[in-house]
Structure formats: C-alpha cells, structure tokens
Design a protein around this ligand. Structure first.
Ligand SMILES: [Zn+2]
Ligand SMILES: [Zn+2]
Length: 469
C-alpha cells in the first residue's frame, strides 16, 4: 500500500480486475468491458481545449482513440456506430456533491440507483457524502462502501469521509488512515464544523492526509430553527428564517483559518451574495479556496416557497433574486468554480410532511443540465461553453477526474440533444426518490447517451444504435 502525496492526489478509476490494491485509486465502479463506439458527425464542444466543431469521435480501449472531421473515421470491427448529427458531444459532467443514502436509507437511494441517475444526467463521476447511518467516519465503513461501488456503481464513484467522528463536531476522524483507505475528501456535509478550534486542527491534518476539506457552511446559532431564507417571504409566511449571514460569516471564518494554516478548502452549495463577496476577497488574497453552486440556487428563489411545496425546501435555503444574480455572476467570473447538484433523495412520505417538518434537500442529477440550459443558456444569460466547463470542473479541486475531449484522454463523453423538449419526471426517475425541485417542468435539452471511463453508462431507450458486424 503506497501512501505518498503523489498517490494521494492521483485520480483515476480502479480497474475492474483486482490487479491493483483497492487503495490505489479513489473512484470505484462495477466491472464493465470497454466499449468501442464511433460517434459520427456530432457537434464536438470542449471549452477546455477550445474544440467547437462538427466531427467524429472514436471511443476504444477506455480512451478517446481518435477525433476527426465529419465522416472521416472508419468504424473498427464490432464497433457501435452512433449517428449523432444534430447532437452535441460534451466532456461528460462530474458532480462532487451527491447523497447516495447508503448505508442506512436504501429505501431512498443506493449506489446502483444513484449512479444510474447520475449517468442519465450525463455524469461520468460523482463523490458521495458521508452523512449516512452509520456516518462514514472509519476505514472499515469506507472500505465496505468502496466494495459496494466495485459491485454496483454504473460510473466511477468516490466516497468522502467525515471530518469529525459521527459528525458530532468534537473529535477529528483518523484522517490519515481514511486517506490511505481511499477517502476522496473530508466533509461533515449536512452540518457545519461548529468549533473554530476543531476546524483549525482539521486544516492541519488535511494537509498531512492530502485530501481537501469540503465545507457545509452555516452558523447553527444563526440558522437554528430556520426552515427557509430569512426575508420578506418568511415574514409573510410566518416561518422561521435562516439569514444569509449564517452562511457568509462561517465562510469568512474558514477562509481566514485556511489562509492562516495554508490549508485547502472547498465551499459547498453557496447560496448568498454575501458569501460570493467573501469568496472573491479570499481568492484575491491567495486563500486556497474553491466553491460550488447548485442548479436550484442558480435558478430558483424564496418566492417559490410561497407555495409551501416541500420540493423547495433545502439547506442552504433558496434566497432572493439578488442572491441568485450574484451566484450567476460568480459562476461567470469564476469566483464559483463549478456546479454541483447536492442531489439529496428523500422518501415521498417524509417530503409530504408539512413544510416546517419536511426534511431539507432535493434530487437533481437527472435534471441539472437541462434546467440550466433552459433557464440560463437559452435566454442568453450564460454561454453554453461556460456551463459545460463548470459542470465538468467539480472534481478538479479534489485532484480527481477532469473530463476532456482530446485524443488519448479517458473516454468521458455525453451526447446531448439541445432541442429535445421533455417533462421532468414524466417517465419516472432513475433515482429511487422523486423529490426533484424541477419535477413537472418542461425543459429543453436531453442527455441521450453517457460514456463514463470508456464504458456506455447510459443510453436513452428510444435512442437506436447500429452495430457493425
Ligand atoms: Zn450541505
Ligand atoms: Zn449535501
């Protein structure tokens, strides 16, 4: 078992055969044969390489074997041919923030259904959060999850471990041991690390373990009891509010601590303008901080909560139009580095509770791209290339997969029909849960096929592929 820093920062997928120690990679999936697929005449778009032109792309032996002019590539024997005229081929998306609910709540999601939902959304890799039952706070629990992923995961899946034992915020986990067992990062997501002293120690161990701290930021003494954003709408509804400063003050604290300890942090699900401003200042000062925004915070506001529909209840809460605009600007400017769904499945019964009692969180893997495409790209608010870049950048802060359409790169590709109109949830969900914030919405843009680490992970049923014999 190696444990040098170079190994710790290495990404990649454990091979399907057990030829490599389980600790060698940080992402796992079930064994699948490499696909040979010739995608013909797609619009190839990769903002990272500047590629934006019609062309052919050949997937073989786990790699993008060739990229050529339309009609120029010959199909190898046994290849599947995808006639992709009218479709876009992007580097497949990655999501550093997914709740797979296993162990403990397999009635809501598990590794198989969660990764199936991700593949259907165009994702080629995800990171799972550790706020399960039990919490992923020890190497044996982490190893058993990785074993599950090697049996069930459709796409490469990484598991994060908690920062504190039981996510109690009191004692640090054995971070070095967890890193050696393959933790992709550390996070107490669902809860903040309340104590500044514990956070300071975590920042020191983070550097020894070589894994980033991903932070759910709120000050519990400010958000305590709140169920939605504190503002005009919460006042009208008479609901307890969570103020924006609950988030921004903790982000300010942790940026200060990260700067002081020279640690490396990633701020999860940024929701407020104040937080974007704090991040902008910290980045300008050289603090090693990255940040994510979720589709629901980019597209919805607390106005949606007037309906008391629990599909608009999440933590952090939907905030104001001014906050939403700041998130969009932050994404455009790069203060926010990536888009992450915070896919959080909940059972129907629990989401049918009254608004004050229902659990926080919504699913989003299957609708993320289409929702952003419909509400931000089509109206001209954000450029398509920028959205693709931000949806493929989520693992970069963790030193993991950065998908790209380039010859010799690992084959991570999604094929998308940007003109297809569909209704979210109409044909059900791949996820075991249905608490999607965009359920029932008619969206434009549909993922037709996803290739993840060289294998076909998703193919829309109606999408025919011809095989060469
Ligand atoms: Zn969170
Ligand atoms: Zn979360």
């Amino acid at each position: 078992m190696t444990s040098g820093p170079s190994h710790r920062l290495a990404g990649g997928v454990s091979p399907p055969t057990a030829s490599r120690a389980p600790e060698a990679g940080r992402l796992d999936r079930a064994p699948v044969p490499d696909a040979t697929v010739l995608i013909r005449n797609a619009q190839l778009l990769d903002p990272r390489t500047g590629l934006d032109q019609p062309g052919d792309l050949l997937v073989r032996d786990g790699e993008i074997a060739e990229i050529g002019a339309p009609g120029s590539l010959q199909a190898p024997e046994g290849a599947e041919i995808v006639e992709a005229e009218g479709l876009h081929a992007f580097p497949a998306f990655v999501d550093p923030h997914v709740h797979l609910r296993t162990p403990g709540r397999e009635d809501e999601e598990d590794v198989e259904t969660g990764t199936r939902a991700a593949a259907a959304g165009g994702y080629c890799a995800i990171l799972a959060m550790p706020n399960t039952d039990p919490v992923v706070d020890s190497a044996p629990i982490l190893r058993s999850l990785r074993e599950r992923a090697r049996a069930e995961a459709r796409i490469p899946t990484g598991f994060t471990a908690s920062i504190t034992v039981g996510m109690q915020g009191e004692r640090l986990t054995e971070m070095a041991e967890l890193a050696d067992a393959g933790a992709a990062a550390f996070t107490d997501d669902g809860l903040p690390v309340r104590s500044a002293g514990i956070m300071r120690h975590a920042l020191r161990y983070q550097q020894l373990a070589g894994c980033v701290l991903a932070l759910h930021e709120e000050d519990p003494t400010l958000s305590d009891g709140g169920v939605m954003h504190e503002g005009e709408v919460s006042a009208v509804l008479g609901l307890a509010g969570i103020p924006s400063v609950s988030e921004s003050t903790m982000v300010a604290r942790d940026c200060e601590l990260a700067g002081y300890e020279d640690g490396r942090i990633h701020v999860q699900h940024v929701s407020a303008r104040r937080t974007v401003e704090v991040l902008e200042r910290a980045k300008a000062a050289g603090v090693k901080v990255t940040a994510e925004a979720s589709p629901h915070h980019l597209l919805l506001t607390d106005n949606a909560v007037r309906s008391l529909d629990t599909h608009f209840k999440m933590n952090p809460p939907l905030r104001t139009e001014d906050d939403r605009q700041a998130l969009i600007d932050g994404l455009r400017d790069g203060v926010l580095d990536c888009i992450a769904t915070d896919h959080a499945p909940h059972s129907r019964e629990e989401k049918e509770e009254p608004f004050e009692l229902a659990p926080m969180g919504v699913t989003g893997l299957e609708s993320a791209f289409a929702a952003i495409h419909t509400d931000l790209v089509l109206p001209g608010v954000l450029d398509l290339g920028l959205v693709v870049e931000r949806m493929t950048a989520g693992m970069e802060p963790f030193g993991l997969v950065v998908p790209t359409l380039a010859k010799g790169a690992p084959a991570n590709v999604c094929l998308v029909d940007l003109d297809a109109v569909w209704q979210v949830g109409e044909a059900g969900y791949e996820s075991r849960s249905a608490n999607c914030a965009f359920g029932g919405r008619r969206l434009t843009g549909r993922v037709r096929m996803t290739v993840a680490a060289g294998a076909v992970a998703f193919r829309e049923r109606s999408f025919a592929i011809e095989a060469v014999r």
